[in-house]
Design a protein around this ligand. Sequence first.
Ligand code: AMP
Length: 129
Amino acid sequence: MPIDATAPYDDQNIFAKILRGEIPSEEVYRDEWAYAFRDIAPQAALHILVIPHGAYVSWDDFSTNASAEEIAGFVRAVGKVARDNDLVEPGYRLLANVGAHGGQEVPHLHVHLFGGEPLGSMIARRSQG
Ligand code: AMP
């Protein structure tokens, strides 16, 4: 069910549990600012989630409240994951769902990184529902 992007951070959300090692995940990359792991239900040949270590509900929360250091570290980590996976050429897609209209289901900021194949049109067209 889509989340309310303005709700307070819930430290029992599934990605908080992954960060604490309470539930398993398939690690792709980790540094001081970010953790990257494989999406459990991949929607492309390569589908990686990149999340900050900090407790941020959404892109809105992160872009408002994270420090400049956290934002720089996180953005650099997303780029590094793409480079490390040889995605820059032929290309890849980043996506961050925010709130109900964005279809965000997990209330810890995550950037989806898709690649490994041509990804088609950017979003579903209105006529396709
Ligand atoms: P969103 O709709 O943007 O909130 O995306 C949430 C994503 O988290 C979906 O693509 C799910 O497949 C993924 N997901 C949910 N639980 C897990 C998990 N335990 N490990 C890895 N990915 C997960």
